[in-house]
Design a protein around this ligand. Structure first.
Ligand code: H79
Length: 423
């Protein structure tokens, strides 16, 4: 699997008025979060009566046109004895992730909390009767991880008035507004009043929702929790922060934004084992932060509640890397150097950071012309080794002779970097 090419845009725009929202403070600090896609689709895990689903695991009901009444019976088998919310949040902490977003309700309509609006939930139709939103919110609170909820506001394949299911329900007779007022908003009220502070609501697939309806949802969320962020996928350019489409990296994005990325080729658990490497993901983080954005990396626990062990190893490798070079990621912003041949730059108030994907074979890292630097050190080695910086024609040079490239991604910290007048 190759990493994400730079071709995207901010498809789901930030409301310009939101840029002063104080709640964006934690979002700009955090830079890296864990997305958790979990629901009854983890039981078929990509196969229905032996037939593979052609796309993502969580889309199986839609793509194989499984009747709602048949699909809903999966809840009786949702019995994740191994699921331990504390262990999941501990994994996010070890991976260096600062926020977690859980699918409270995905497009299939299965709810991971004790809702009054349907029995199709982990709390009622499932045998163990567990409130997964409650369990994970508590574990996040205990560990200081910001907790957000994904909520599919337009599609619900088990609700007769929602979008997305044309094999059970007749789109001609559907009443989307009644679903929004009578189902979506009451469920959001439950989520935003029953589980303490919710850091963000992550809506999805806003195609077809009117500006009035998007605004109604934003106001509903903010009325219940003024500091809860709403993502760009609420639709109609009304998000508190912007978003790309799934697995996209924008070229020159403005404002605050996030890209959601899969760890393999699916969001909901399947037997797909094409894991993106820790290096690919760290490169994606470096690119995103150098352009002012965040990365929300998915895990899809299996039907027992376990994150695949191969992905755990990748997450821990990323966490080890962030232990070494977190100063270049957390709380940093767009870097001053663009279009570098060898990597990306980020900046804090004190330093410029260079994230070097292509380690120069000749041992000399050439900085952009007209930049002078007081000192440099390698953040990603154990001792933070000082590096010599020499002025040179065409740009100052950081001398990398005698130091090794990091196995994940090397990061150099510059002090006193400034532009000098051209000669
Ligand atoms: O939750 C994850 C995805 O399920 C969700 N967004 C992320 C975060 C998502 N919803 N819609 N999409 C992604 C776009 C889906 C497009 C497709 Fe299809 C689904 C392509 C193949 C399956 C719909 C059905 C279009 C073609 C067939």
């Amino acid at each position: 699997m190759t990493d994400i090419p730079d071709a995207g845009q901010i498809t789901f725009a930030q409301d310009p008025q939101s840029q002063g929202n104080p709640a964006l403070g934690w979002f700009r600090e955090a830079r890296f979060g864990m997305f958790v896609h979990w629901g009854v689709y983890a039981i078929p895990a990509g196969y229905w009566n032996g037939e593979p689903t052609p796309h993502m695991g969580e889309w199986i009901m839609h793509d194989l046109k499984i009747p709602a009444e048949e699909y809903k019976q999966l809840a009786a088998s949702f019995d994740p004895h191994d699921f331990d919310a504390a262990a999941l949040v501990d994994l996010a902490v070890r991976a260096g992730q600062r926020y977690l977003v859980l699918t409270a309700k995905h497009h299939d309509g299965f709810c991971l909390w004790d809702t009054e609006l349907t029995t199709f939930s982990s709390a009622v139709d499932a045998p163990l009767g567990r409130d997964i939103v409650g369990e994970i919110s508590q574990a996040c609170r205990d560990r200081g991880i910001k907790f957000g909820l994904y909520y599919s506001q337009t599609q619900d394949w088990t609700h007769p008035d929602a979008a997305g299911n044309d094999w059970d329900f007749d789109p001609e007779t559907q009443d989307f507004e009644s679903y929004l007022q009578g189902y979506v908003k009451p469920q959001l009220t439950e989520l935003l009043t029953g589980y303490g502070e919710i850091a963000l609501i992550w809506f999805d697939t806003p195609q077809g929702i009117t500006a009035e309806q998007s605004r109604d949802l934003v106001e509903h969320v903010h009325m219940l929790q003024p500091y809860c962020l709403v993502n760009g996928r609420v639709g109609n350019g009304l998000g508190d922060y912007g978003q790309t489409r799934d697995n996209e990296m924008p070229d020159e994005p403005a404002g605050d934004w996030e890209t959601p990325i899969t760890g393999n080729g699916t969001w909901g658990f399947t037997d797909n084992t094409e894991w993106k490497s820790a290096r690919e993901i760290s490169v994606t983080i470096a690119k995103a932060v150098s352009r002012g954005g965040n990365v929300l990396l998915n895990v899809g626990p299996d039907s027992r509640g376990a994150v695949p062990s191969a992905q755990v190893v990748e997450l821990e490798t990323i966490g080890d890397w962030l232990q070494r070079c977190g100063a270049s990621i957390y709380g940093t912003h767009r870097g001053p150097f663009r279009a570098l041949e060898w990597g990306w730059s980020t900046a804090s108030s004190d330093h410029v950071y260079l994230l070097v994907e292509n380690w120069p074979a000749h041992g000399e890292l050439v900085l952009p012309a007209n930049v002078s630097v007081e000192s440099a050190r390698l953040l990603t080695d154990a001792g933070g080794t000082s590096l010599e910086v020499r002025g040179a024609q065409g740009g100052a040079v950081v001398d990398l002779n005698g130091v090794e490239a990091d196995a994940v991604l090397s990061v150099i910290e510059l002090t006193g970097a400034r532009e000098v007048a051209p000669l």
